[in-house]
Write a new protein. Structure first.
Lengths: 503, 476
């Protein structure tokens, strides 16, 4: 019941927010904060109940939903989805906190969409039924569309429609893939087709050319979401135009759905095709890493810079996944969480100064470390964790990814390592221009330092970043058994002719 | 001879005809010429007919000496047409008052065309189908041209009349040729003869081809669609809604019966044609809809695109596919009725146009209107959890199951293209600011209709199983 509860609480709360009086925004804020805290608490109960050392799905729930087409309400959690769910519930709480003062228009709708979004995100990660997965995948699109389009920046309309259409284009092809898999999966009990993901994975023995098509059908949707170069063009627009909390969720959770999709669907269901696509995806990831970093470097807009840094970071994640070994996969999964924490915090920090000056241009700042010392310190820690300094979370993830990459292909490893250096360049250079030097703009003289209310969500993320950096073990032990199950697929039987790719 | 069982079986139709006559009579008797008595009679009569459809007093599978089916499909579509007629009747006063049209005949004609649709849905022979079709069409010709002083209404009506007659001629000629080739007009006999004969004669083939063209006109499939945008635009908006939901569903149920049942044995001769028709219909409909500046016209083209999706089900040609198409038709009727309802409401402001600008800021100014319209648009795109999503999914999955993967992918890509213009409606409502005072009065019956249809759309999207199972049972 735990997982259903996780999905139901935000959904019910979303509907309830619509019934609250529009004239009482404070009440709506408190109510949705309460609902998201409750969801977070339930996700912590889930975390506590999770059996360490167990790789298969836990807390599985299964109920009839649409028997005529074999769709079931089938949920479960394993080491891959566990922390992504916790990240989602945590970031939602923090996002509602961080938009406390910055969202003053249509507060009711804002919280309605935010809670709905949470339902969709948790549903995507918890679904063990392809139908449920697809429904949740699409459901989540609508609130995000509104969040960007209504509460976003200047070019919000363009950004949100682009975001919607890119995602939609990917997902309709995925639907074709889902349906194809559906017609090749039989429920042994009823003898009918089923959307059951476990059975689909178990029975997936497609011919190589079919695997290729299916990999592409699913992979395109995921690659757009990640986003993999050259499908990333929606991301800088959406991230930049979205309100702060929207950017946090986009970067923190929505992008992970792409990488999660590869791990959950493409790798286990189409292993041979995966092996074939390793060079393609690895090169695209490497281009993403270097291109994302270089474009980030020349950005004049802080938010855009952070957005492009996501392209680079997600490149690392993809590279680790397609290293197809234990270090690579573990590192990539951990890095997904890390990226959610660090980039989420970066977006919140940019949001803090934006609220004060209503500009995100780097050139409009300079020297503000003098007037905002606490803010400067927080920013530095978060930036360093994003760069991957040892004792921060970024280090552990990137290190594991690089280990895995070197083990599978030295060339990839070398190129990827240069990407780490580039990451240091663009973030530190921005830091230097924003925080050091003389204050050249008169308006910046009187900037107020970060308030406790603003700092609170960021502090939570900073603590997590350092904790994971110093002691990642609790996360790793829960992730590894499930990842091993994915890898086992690649060690089985008739793949010997392709085994050369593996370490 | 007609037996009592026959009378009992066609009770819903009888009620509809009586309602149509009463609608005129009460209008003559009424002191005030505002036709509200006719409207009330119409709504009441159609409600009774719709209810009677479900509690059909006759359990014989065929009525009137084998001329009418009395199966599940008949039942569901009778109910659907009665429902559509009721909603349109409820919508109409607002529009008619505004346009100074005060006619009792309006309701009578509306009800008579509902009768025509019911006959089309239950027809068991080509001749009866044709009679139903003409009953419906002739009433619609008049209704489309109701705004006698408006050029676009006249143009629409003339176009509809000429092309409608033209396509009816195709149908009739096709029927004649099939009669010549097979020797019967009964669906069952045609099906049996085709199944048993080894080959199929040139006369039957040309009959099928002509029937196909005739149907393509009626469902406005590309390239036989040219009449529909003008007719949809020129017609009074309630009638546009009526045509895009009721008339379309009636033509489709005819298509299911004629091509899916009567001619199924010869499917190798027409599946290819339908496949191509389906692919170009959805593509052209969508692409042209992208460029429209009037919401009404956009909905007209989108309705062409949706016909393309539904044709996919006829191509797939299984029981499940027909059930999927029926489900789709029900969902589509709900969302289109809703969307047109919103348009009629907004048109009270008297600008007389249906441009996207008329929607500006509606999401904030009228939250209920905005929210329901958003649900209709999302359902038209096919975003879960809505009826539109499940309908599409079900249709596409049956097509893929039957090996029409390419066609299904064309359909899927088309729904991504279609997302753009539906999103434009939502984004104009929520993300653009309105200028001046743009509030509109919202009569309670509208509110009920809008809320009810959006709730139904979401319910059908979340729990489609009941209706799917019922539809599956309904398809013989």
């Amino acid at each position: 019941m735990l997982l259903s509860l996780l999905i139901a609480i935000p959904a019910i709360a979303a509907v309830l927010t619509l019934l609250l009086p529009r004239t009482a925004p404070g009440l709506i804020r408190w109510f949705s904060l309460g609902a998201s805290l409750l969801t977070f608490a339930v996700s912590l109960v889930m975390l506590a109940n999770f059996q360490v050392g167990e790789g298969s799905f836990q807390m599985v729930e299964k109920m009839q939903w649409i028997p005529s087409i074999g769709a079931e309400w089938h949920l479960g959690v394993d080491g891959i989805s566990l922390f992504l769910i916790v990240l989602t519930t945590l970031l939602t709480v923090l996002c509602i906190l961080s938009s406390w003062h910055s969202i003053n228009e249509r507060v009711q709708e804002y919280h309605f969409f935010f809670l709905l979004l949470e339902t969709g995100m948790i549903g995507v990660f918890a679904a063990l039924d392809l139908f449920v997965f697809y429904v949740m995948w699409e459901v989540m699109l609508v609130p995000m569309f509104f969040l960007i389009g209504v509460w976003g920046g200047q070019r919000r309309l363009y950004a949100t429609i682009k975001f919607f259409l890119f995602t939609m284009a990917g997902s309709v092809l995925m639907l074709a893939g889902v349906l194809y898999v559906y017609f090749h999966t039989l429920d042994p009990e009823t003898g009918k087709n089923t959307f059951n993901l476990l059975l689909a994975t178990e029975q997936s023995k497609y011919a190589l050319d079919v695997q290729r098509w299916l990999f592409m059908a699913f992979g395109l949707a995921f690659a757009i979401k990640v986003p993999l170069f050259p499908l990333h063009t929606w991301l800088p627009d959406a991230h930049t135009e979205a309100p702060t909390a929207g950017s946090v969720i986009l970067a923190g959770v929505l992008l992970k759905m792409g990488t999660y999709g590869f791990l959950r669907f493409c790798l286990p269901m189409f292993p041979q095709a995966t092996l074939e696509f390793v060079p393609w995806i690895s090169w695209l990831s490497l281009i993403g890493i270097t291109y994302g970093a270089m474009v980030a470097m020349v950005q004049k807009d802080m938010k855009k810079l952070v957005a492009y840094s996501s392209v680079a970071h997600l490149g690392f994640v993809m590279l680790g996944t397609f290293a197809l070994n234990q270090q690579g996969l573990t590192g990539s999964l951990l890095q997904q969480i890390n990226h959610g924490i660090s980039t989420g915090a970066l977006f919140m920090l940019v949001g803090v100064v934006y609220e004060r000056r209503h500009t995100r241009m780097i050139a409009d700042y300079g020297g503000i470390a003098k007037v905002m010392p606490v803010f400067a310190v927080l920013f530095l820690i978060v930036a360093l964790s994003s760069i991957g300094l040892p004792t921060t979370n970024g280090f552990v993830g990137e290190f594991l990814i690089l280990l895995g990459t070197f083990a599978s292909n030295t060339l990839y490893g070398v190129i990827a390592t240069s990407g780490v250096i580039l990451a240091a360049v663009y973030l530190l250079w921005m830091y230097q221009r924003v925080f050091y030097g003389k204050i050249v703009h008169e308006e910046n003289q009187k900037l107020k330092d970060i308030t406790l209310a603003e700092a609170l969500p960021i502090l939570v993320l900073v603590v997590l970043a350092i904790w994971i950096g110093v002691y990642p073990e609790p996360l790793l032990v829960r992730m590894e058994p499930s990842l091993q199950l994915v890898l086992d697929k690649f060690q089985q039987g008739d793949m010997s002719q392709l085994m050369g790719v593996l370490p | 001879m007609m037996s009592m069982a026959d009378f009992a079986g066609v009770l819903p139709e009888l009620v509809v005809v009586i309602t149509a006559l009463l609608a005129i009579l009460v209008d003559i008797a009424a002191k005030e010429r505002n036709a509200s008595a006719s409207r009330n009679v119409t709504i009441l009569g159609l409600a009774v007919a719709g209810a009677l459809a479900f509690v059909s007093p006759s359990d014989s599978p065929m009525l009137m000496a084998g001329q009418l089916f009395n199966d599940g499909l008949t039942m569901w579509f009778r109910a659907l047409f009665a429902f559509v007629g009721m909603v349109i009747a409820a919508y109409s006063p607002l529009y008619l008052t505004f346009r100074n049209i005060r006619l009792g005949e309006y309701y009578s004609l509306l009800t008579m065309s509902v009768f025509g649709m019911m006959v089309m849905a239950s027809a068991a022979s080509l001749l009866v189908f044709f009679v139903g079709l003409e009953t419906m069409s002739i009433c619609l010709y008049v209704l489309v041209g109701l705004r006698r002083s408006d050029a676009s209404s006249i143009e629409g009506s003339m176009k509809y009349l000429v092309l409608g007659a033209f396509s009816s001629a195709f149908l009739l000629y096709g029927m004649a040729l099939i009669y010549g080739g097979v020797g019967s007009l009964d669906y069952a006999v045609i099906a049996q003869t085709l199944r048993e004969s080894s080959g199929i004669g040139p006369m039957t083939i040309s009959g099928i081809a002509l029937l196909l063209v005739g149907f393509a006109f009626k469902i406005s499939a590309v390239p036989f669609h040219f009449w529909s945008p003008d007719v949809y635009e020129g017609a009074p908006t309630p009638i546009t809604a009526f045509m895009s939901t009721g008339a379309k569903a009636a033509a489709f149920v005819g298509l299911i019966r004629v091509f899916g049942q009567a001619l199924s044995a010869s499917s190798e001769h027409w599946v290819m044609a339908l496949t191509i028709l389906s692919a170009i219909t959805m593509t052209v409909g969508n692409v042209v809809a992208l460029r429209q500046s009037s919401v009404k016209r956009m909905l007209a083209y989108s309705s062409i695109a949706h016909a393309g999706y539904m044709l996919l089900a006829i191509v797939a040609g299984t029981r499940e596919a027909y059930a999927a198409a029926s489900f789709y038709l029900v969902g589509y009727a709900l969302m289109n009725l809703g969307a047109f309802g919103v348009l009629i409401l907004l048109n009270q402001r008297g600008k007389g146009d249906y441009s996207f600008d008329a929607l500006r800021g509606m999401g904030t100014i009228h939250p209920l209107l905005g929210l329901t319209m958003a649900v209709f648009m999302l359902s038209l795109i096919g975003i879960p959890p809505t009826a539109g999503f499940f309908g599409k999914l079900y249709v596409f999955s049956e097509a893929i199951k039957q090996g029409h993967l390419t066609l299904a992918i064309i359909g899927l890509l088309n729904s991504a293209v279609g997302a753009y213009y539906y999103l434009r409606v939502i984004s104009t409502m929520y993300m653009a600011k309105a200028e001046g005072d743009v509030t509109v009065p919202q009569p309670i019956c509208y509110k009920i209709a809008l809320v009810l249809s959006s709730l139904l759309i979401v319910m059908l999207g979340m729990f489609p199983d009941q209706l799917v199972t019922a539809m599956l049972k309904a398809i013989p």
